[in-house]
Ligand binder design. Structure first.
Ligand code: GTP
Ligand code: MG
Length: 554
């Protein structure tokens, strides 16, 4: 039966497949990640934030002499790392090994002369480097290596996927092209650190921390930077003070609600970025949203940023996804491929609406991986059982505790290839009873839907909320139809023939919009009779259109 057809090269036993996967993974330049893999989320975040505080960003002339620039900067202290990138001109990110070097540099940096414009004298860590005297031609011509900050377009990716020998290696190629690079991550943390400089002008104890896909291991080059202002450290300090025989507290402005305080803080910091922030453009204050935020474009780093105030649940979601993404290399490869697939077919969109969000789609993949036999990732309840005292987090009455030490989690015994997983994902959700069931990641089980939203994915931490409440019936139907079509393509294609003909195969065939793809043509040229088509559809439990509607609850 077609449903069971698998494409594995003859020598590919599960063990061989796993070995190859790991090899590709290492070849993809992920060595650093493998080495640092066992660090906890908090350790990684703290380290990166501290790095960012010792970092400056310098706009350079188009032909910069790298050696001379570094020599000049070294007089302020040792440089730990640096890289150049293009973003409306060449920029250099310089990470000093001591924070004092930044202050030393700031001490000697000049203030631009107000010729046409008047400058706001806020001294940031963004500088412009110019040469007083024209340098010798030879020095001018030394090109600097520019680190890439965006991913290749899908059509170029599809070309690259031809080089692969299996869907699994195609998925690792995609991951390697799309994932955030070390440099891009540094730039994201720098953007947060620069915003933090503004926040600290009002609240010296505050921290600006990134969350969402910049830190959860599922970020794609070009995705937005979600950041939030954290005052938690201030609260911890207050708790310490209460230990003595006296009590002394700050006199503070009192407001009728936390929401109002959030709105006021964001409003002022939004104005500050708008009025004084070098390179902060299109600042939009969206204070009446469920989660009030300030949106802006940070031109020097090139990021679209969303700033909100302490969102403890969101940071727990980021850490949970970080754990899942770090446990097994297949997790990220599958998520990246499916996010790309969903984007190509218009199932997700960068503007909010009734479609599935990347966050919901990622949770669907996690749920699917919990349901494998044996499971590839543990359920949230299992992670909670492994938690110790320091992992305890009760937020707004919800128990958000789970283990942070990755070495306490047993590696999976599952050796399925990504070829199998990708196809089964489409089959699984192509046939999922969305009308009746919801996805519960805490238990790793399908459970009856508590209410009638078309797609119900339990918020893992606030158990009475549905993270995909925004998804409407037509969008869910489209998702199911695309999943079925994709399963069908993967199961029926003659891969060897398509490789020989240099036609898109495997993942590449799924990344071409179906209306335009060669699949319809293929169906015609193969001259399949309606019987053949019917049996194919039967194998996918898609014998007629009403089945699809029934499954999604129409
Ligand atoms: P990108 O599409 O790559 O930006 O993915 P993302 O995970 O960063 O998503 P997004 O920027 O939309 O949201 C940032 C974070 O906010 C997510 O990672 C979640 O932690 C949280 N979040 C977003 N949408 C929801 C939602 O509907 N419910 C809940 N509980 N959290 C959400
Ligand atoms: Mg995001």
């Amino acid at each position: 039966k077609l449903g069971k057809l698998r494409h594995r090269t003859p020598e590919e036993t599960p063990v061989v497949a796993t070995e190859r996967r790991m090899k590709t993974f290492l070849l993809c330049g992920m060595d650093a990640e493998v080495n640092t893999r066992k660090k906890t989320f908090t350790e990684v975040q703290t380290e990166r934030r501290e790095q960012a505080e010792r970092t400056v960003l310098i706009k350079c002339p188009s032909r910069v002499n790298e050696k001379k620039l570094l020599q000049y900067l070294s007089s302020h202290g040792k440089i730990n790392s640096h890289f150049f990138f293009e973003n409306r001109g060449i920029h250099a990110l310089i990470e000093f090994s001591e924070k004092s070097s930044v202050a030393s540099l700031q001490d000697v940096v000049g203030i631009p002369k107000a010729v046409e414009h008047h400058v706001v004298p806020f001294k940031s860590r963004l500088f412009t480097f110019t040469l007083k005297n024209p340098v010798a031609k030879t020095a001018e011509e030394t090109p600097v290596h520019l680190s890439r900050q965006s991913h290749i377009p899908v059509n170029e990716l599809i070309q690259k996927l031809h080089q692969a020998d299996s869907i699994s290696s195609q998925m690792y190629i995609l991951l390697n092209e799309y994932q955030l690079t070390e440099e891009n991550i540094k730039l994201r943390f720098l953007a947060c650190s620069l915003v933090q400089d503004f926040a600290r002008a009002y609240f010296p104890d505050s921290t600006v921390k990134p969350f969402g896909s910049s830190v959860n291991t599922f970020g794609k080059l070009g995705c937005d930077v979600d950041m939030f202002l954290d005052f938690r450290d201030t609260q911890e300090h207050a708790a310490k003070m209460k230990k003595g025989p006296f009590e002394m507290e700050y006199q503070m402005k009192r407001l009728p609600s936390e929401r109002l305080a959030t709105q006021k803080i964001l409003s002022v910091i939004g104005d500050c970025l708008d009025n004084f922030g070098p390179g902060c453009m299109s600042v939009q204050k969206i204070l009446n949203a469920r989660c009030p935020l300030v949106k802006f474009a940070h031109q020097p780093t090139g990021f679209q940023c969303d700033l909100s105030v302490s969102n403890s649940i969101a940071i727990r979601s980021s850490e949970l996804l970080y754990i899942y993404g770090t446990l097994d290399p297949r997790v990220r490869a599958l998520v990246f491929s499916l996010r790309c697939w969903a984007r190509v077919h218009g199932l997700t969109n960068s503007i909010p609406g009734t479609w599935i969000t990347n966050f919901s789609l990622t949770m669907m993949v996690m749920f699917f991986l919990q349901k494998r036999s044996p499971p590839i990732i543990p359920t949230l309840d299992q992670l909670k059982e492994l938690a110790d005292e320091k992992d305890k987090h009760i937020i707004g009455g919800y128990d958000c505790s789970f283990v942070s030490d990755l070495s306490k989690i047993n590696p999976t015994k599952n050796t399925e290839t990504l070829d199998e997983l990708l196809c089964d994902f489409f089959e699984y959700f192509g046939n999922f009873d969305f009308r009746k069931n919801s996805l519960n990641l805490r238990r790793g089980k399908e459970v009856n839907k508590p209410e009638s939203s078309p797609l119900y994915i339990w918020n893992p931490f606030e158990q009475d909320l549905n993270i995909s409440k925004n998804v409407n019936q037509p969008q869910l139907e489209k998702f199911v139809a695309m999943a079925r079509e994709s399963a069908w393509i993967l199961q029926k294609e003659d891969r060897t023939q398509r490789m020989i003909n240099k036609e898109p195969w495997g993942l590449a065939a799924l990344l071409i919009p179906f209306g335009k793809s060669n699949t319809n043509k293929m169906r015609r040229t193969k001259g399949m009779g309606s019987e053949t088509i019917r049996s194919l559809l039967d194998s996918l439990k898609l014998s007629n259109a009403s089945n699809l509607q029934k499954a999604v609850g129409k």
